[in-house]
Design a protein around this ligand. Structure first.
Ligand code: TIU
Length: 227
């Protein structure tokens, strides 16, 4: 049963999901991006734009877990000594609070701090890998590719924030490494709704130049069919 292929309505064409070889990859659904007082707000953003993606992610995550399929979470953040923080990234922007500074949820985007952790609504279960990444892409300087290889995963259903930054970078990295990626439109979000829309269009344009785009109800329907 786990080897079953299910077809998910998507753009630019149906996505043939191999249930045994697909992972749900949830990008950076962290308090620092989604809650007031974190990195996202420090950069001048309105976090309410991102919070719309929480409920669809929870529905998809619940269905994915019920189907017994692989779930992987990521978190963007840095070592407590900031030795993995490029000075160029540290300097970037005109934020009042920078990475490593003390904010209301602990040090901004630093591993082990409350703000760096995943929001309670989507908290990982024991056994679900959590990838700590210093960059925007989930492959750069992480063990994600090794984990995918050991789990025999070659398809990624990708959700999270933000659509045009960490989700896009990860899908581009994955595409170049040979993975087939489906971005789940209502489970991704951006501080800039127009960037969200364009980022999704870029993925599926030109016959699916980086991947496919579908919505959570289409994925949930397909994986819950009982086959
Ligand atoms: N600022 C912004 O849009 N995104 C990030 O800094 N990181 C992620 O997208 N996770």
């Amino acid at each position: 049963m786990a080897h079953r292929v299910v077809h998910i309505p998507a753009t630019p064409s149906a996505f043939a999901l191999e249930k045994a070889h697909a992972a749900l990859l949830i990008i950076d659904m962290q308090r620092d991006f989604l809650e007031p007082g974190g990195f996202g707000e420090a950069l001048g953003n309105d976090v309410s734009h991102l919070r719309r993606a929480i409920a669809p992610n929870l529905a998809l995550l619940t269905a994915w877990r019920a189907a017994g399929m692989t779930v992987i979470h990521t978190r963007e953040g840095h070592r407590t000594d900031l030795a993995d923080l490029p000075p160029a990234k540290h300097r970037r922007g005109n934020a009042a609070l920078r990475i490593g500074d003390h904010g209301p949820m602990g040090r901004i985007l630093v591993r082990g701090e409350a703000g760096h952790d995943i929001i309670p609504e989507l908290y990982p279960l024991p056994g679900e890998p959590v990838i700590d990444k210093p960059g925007k892409g989930a492959f750069f300087a992480t063990d994600l590719e090794a984990i995918l290889r050991h789990c025999r995963i070659n398809q990624l259903v990708v959700t999270g924030v933000t659509t045009e930054v960490c989700v896009h970078t990860t899908i581009r990295e994955a595409n170049d490494r040979g993975y087939e990626c489906l971005a789940v439109s209502d489970c991704c979000a951006s501080y800039f709704p127009e960037f969200h829309d364009m980022a999704l269009r870029m993925i599926a344009a030109q016959g699916g130049i980086f991947g496919w785009v579908g919505d959570s109800s289409a994925v949930i329907d397909a994986i819950s069919r009982g086959d």
